[in-house]
Design a protein around this ligand. Structure first.
Ligand code: GTP
Ligand code: MG
Length: 166
């Protein structure tokens, strides 16, 4: 990524996959619009955080994972330079994840799949990876800042020039 540039990255993924956690880890000063739900919180609007790497500003938006918030995902995604599809590596892939994958592919948005919760005993990233054998994939734990930051930076550096700066 060239110096002195900014880019918009949007994180998509299923309910509870770890999108908000990833943004909190990347930017401890990030902002979140959440509601209480059974045993925790759920995003009901969006997350926003910012990461600066050298002179480059990466603006990161998190989307709600509940299916009824499709309209919010559509709004938050406008003008994005790249996307992260965050997948819980402890659960099987479902139709919702395929829907996001297909939508990003059809729109020609550069995206990477982060296989999350790789710190958990039940994680099976290799099994999930097989379902997306044509996509760029990183194994992460959204609780681990170095891992998450490295994966984010590696992805942003792959963005074509017209998408990694304005
Ligand atoms: N062990 C482990 N727990 C995680 C990880 N990522 C997220 N979690 C936990 O998973 C729960 C849900 O995470 P969230 O970040 O709220 O998930 P979300 O994708 O934003 O969920 P929605 O906003 O409802 O779509 C929280 O209790 C997190 O602490 C991870 O990599 N490892
Ligand atoms: Mg969330």
């Amino acid at each position: 990524m060239p110096d002195n540039k900014k880019c918009k990255i949007v994180i998509f993924g299923a309910f509870g996959a770890g999108k908000t956690t990833l943004i909190k880890t990347l930017d401890p000063g990030s902002s979140h619009v959440e509601a209480n739900c059974a045993g925790g919180t759920t995003t009901v609007a969006l997350d926003y955080g910012r990461v600066q790497v050298n002179e480059n500003h990466i603006h990161i938006f998190g989307t709600p994972g509940q299916e009824r918030f499709e309209f919010a995902r559509e709004i938050i995604g406008r003008g994005m330079d790249g996307a992260i599809l965050l997948v819980d590596a402890t659960c099987p892939i479902d139709d919702f994840i395929h829907h996001i994958y297909d939508s990003l592919s059809a729109a020609g948005i550069p995206f990477v799949i982060f296989l999350n919760r790789c710190d958990s005993v039940g994680a099976r990233p290799e099994l999930i990876q097989k379902e997306f054998n044509t996509a760029v994939i990183a194994k992460v734990s959204a609780l681990d800042r170095n891992q998450s930051l490295d994966a984010l930076c590696a992805f942003v550096q792959t963005l074509p020039p017209h998408r990694n700066g304005h």
